[in-house]
Design a protein around this ligand. Structure first.
Ligand code: NAD
Length: 357
């Protein structure tokens, strides 16, 4: 597909390219939609085999941000940035000063977009990079807490996932709380660990896994959880399977082997293909759409617009319960997989336009 064909297939939008000779910056900002407000989306730093791959990644990710922000009832559109990993990144020749220079140049690039795109952290970037970007533009969120930012988003992402699980446990399993519910958590990294703690506190029984053996054992000991090897976690017999590792965990072939009633976790893009979603629906397994249930981190960072207030961010994140409940009801009524219902709901919110104040 040509670039314009890609943009038109995703309902775009703008694509901006920025380079800086001195620092080696090569960045692409995709602005999918600003219909509901300034577009928010993280800056991803990674190596790409080709420029076409970078364009495909950034355009798809930005589109997903539009849907995620809309469904979370945020006055924001969707955008995303990728920074193509410069030669030498991670080696002594590309030290902290060189990294900072690149992020300052990126900050100037973002500033030139005049606030229609507001950046934040994503894979490969962190709060300290946001602090550097902040030196060049005010259109950045997620700086460190000691810099007045909202800091690490994963606790609120986990809170939202826990609320989503509560809603679905109620609607699908007829449970009024999480006591005794068996949850299998794939990946106990930033979000998975917070989620496991939330679930443990609520009385759930846990089975966990992680490719990092020391990490999974430490969390299992802390929470009294059962632990299994990474290749076994997805097939554990449980009430809820919570993918919190990488995307694409759910394939059509895997669905046949699942022994759960519900899939509800934090990972982005859990369904490898649309057919995997259809297979889950046909098998009677409820899939909590990833961008609906994992919106807590975005809600948290978006709070910085109004002056960050942790309690307000928590309160808005708790509402993920209602979103999941509505998705469940519509999915049942319309006999349509939940991820398609989530898309419909987001599209309805976007079509209705900005909320009048
Ligand atoms: P992370 O890198 O801190 O944690 C991921 C964990 O999964 C790591 O501990 C890793 O060792 C483990 N892992 C990787 N492959 C595995 C496998 N095959 N089996 C078991 N464990 C495996 O990342 P994170 O910030 O916790 O994010 C987790 C997921 O949630 C990602 O998909 C991310 O995109 C998504 N997400 C995160 C946030 C957030 O606030 N951090 C917000 C929205 C969505």
């Amino acid at each position: 597909m040509t670039i314009f064909e890609t943009l038109s297939s995703l309902g775009y939008g703008e694509l901006h390219f920025g380079r800086d000779e001195r620092s080696g910056l090569r960045a692409i900002v995709a602005l999918h939609s600003t219909r509901l407000g300034p577009a928010i989306g993280g800056s991803r730093l990674r190596a790409y085999a080709t420029e076409a791959e970078a364009i495909e990644d950034v355009t798809r990710l930005a589109q997903a941000m539009t849907y995620k922000a809309a469904l979370a009832h945020l006055p924001h559109g969707g955008g995303k940035a990728v920074l193509i990993s410069p030669p030498g990144l991670g080696t002594p020749s590309f030290d902290a000063a060189a990294r900072n220079e690149m992020f300052r140049a990126f900050g100037r690039f973002v500033d030139g977009l005049g606030g229609r795109y507001v950046t934040t952290e994503d894979s490969g970037t962190g709060a300290s990079d946001m602090d550097v970007i902040r030196g060049a533009t005010r259109h950045v969120l997620g700086a460190s807490a000691d810099q007045g930012g909202s800091g690490d988003p994963s606790p609120l992402t986990a809170l939202g996932v826990r609320r989503g699980i509560e809603a679905i446990a109620h609607d699908v399993l007829g449970k009024s709380d999480l006591k005794g519910l068996h949850v299998a958590v794939q990946g106990v990294g930033h979000v998975g660990t917070h989620l496991a703690r939330e679930l443990h506190q609520a009385g759930a029984r846990l089975t966990i896994s992680d490719v990092d053996a020391a990490r999974r054992q430490a969390i299992a000991t802390e929470l009294g959880a059962a632990v299994v090897d990474p290749d076994a976690i997805l097939e554990v017999e449980c009430d809820v399977l919570a993918p919190c590792a990488l995307g694409g965990a759910l394939t059509e072939a895997l669905v046949g082997k699942l022994k759960t009633r519900v899939v509800a976790g934090a990972a982005n893009n859990q369904l490898r293909t649309p057919a995997a979603g259809r297979a889950l629906h046909d098998k009677g397994i409820f899939y909590a759409p990833d961008y609906a249930i994992n919106a807590g981190g975005l809600i948290n960072v978006a709070e910085e617009f109004a002056g960050y207030d942790k309690d307000r961010a928590r309160k808005k994140t708790l509402a993920i319960y209602d979103t999941l409940h509505t998705i469940f009801e519509r999915s049942r009524r319309e006999n349509t997989p939940p991820e398609l219902i989530a898309d419909r709901m987001a599209e309805e919110i976007i079509a209705a336009g900005p909320v009048k104040k």
